[in-house]
Design a protein around this ligand. Sequence first.
Ligand code: ZN
Length: 325
Amino acid sequence: MSFTTQVKEDLTRISSSRTCCRRAEFVAFFLINGMIRISGGVSLVMQTENSGVARRMFTLAKDFSLDREVSVYRRSRLKKNQVYRLVIPPQAGISRFLEELGMLDAGDRWRFGFTDQIRGHFLQEPCCCRAFLRGAFLAAGSVAAPDAGSYHLEFNGIDREQADLLLSLLAEQGIPGKMLQRRDNATVYLKGAEHISDFLNIIGSHRSLLEFESVRVFKEVRNQANRLRNCDNANVNKTVAAAARQVEEISYIQRELGMKYLPAKLRAVAELRLEYPDASLTELAELSCLGRSALNHRLRRLEQIADNIRSYGVSEWNRSEARGK
Ligand SMILES: [Zn+2]
């Protein structure tokens, strides 16, 4: 089962005790997902592939005292999924319902741009705003599983006016949504685990929220552990590389110049490094009875000497040393 389906199943199990909220949820679902059919009298049609969602909308429509029926059919093309169709057949209650939504005026004329009406009628209480977002998610929402690559939740296939309404409702809940618009189609989406978590909480998908959170925490801990390990590895690699370079440079001095020409203090360190090629700086410091920084300094000098021999030749190294290069 996809995470979206799981969230929707969660939502269909919520029992809303308040009529205001049940109405707000149904209105959101109808606005986004509903069609108005005019032939043979005005009827309302909503479709969903989720049987739980169909059942829920069937129940919620009762609050508008509308007779309704559900039928199932199989999509003939493509995926051949089952589709549940909720039909509210022609009846007197429909014009009252559409008037309440602000889609029809008192003279039975169609109206457009009815967001204010929806707000005034159905979204006066915070509880209803949350229920409206729930209905919108049931109609057009999807959310990536928390263990997927990135955190993403979206409302798809909505129009600009619906998108604006959703964005402002989300903003009122402290959730910043974003919008993408392509011709008549808009998408509202949320990024970031925290915002998605907040949203699941607000719409009441608590079981999925728990799963979302635990996967998210697991992921964060794992990422942190990975970061630490990479960091450790990087440090180890650096130490190993530095030691190998020192051994190489000292061997070069030994070959080209001979250890005996080195100042005694440097020679002691050079010989110690060759003896313990894998030792870390700290280990080498302990072996040499020097402080780390003194030891480090001497190792650097040795590398410098090798460098100078390479640049100026053996006979010149003393002079170049004297020049402090
Ligand atoms: Zn309410």
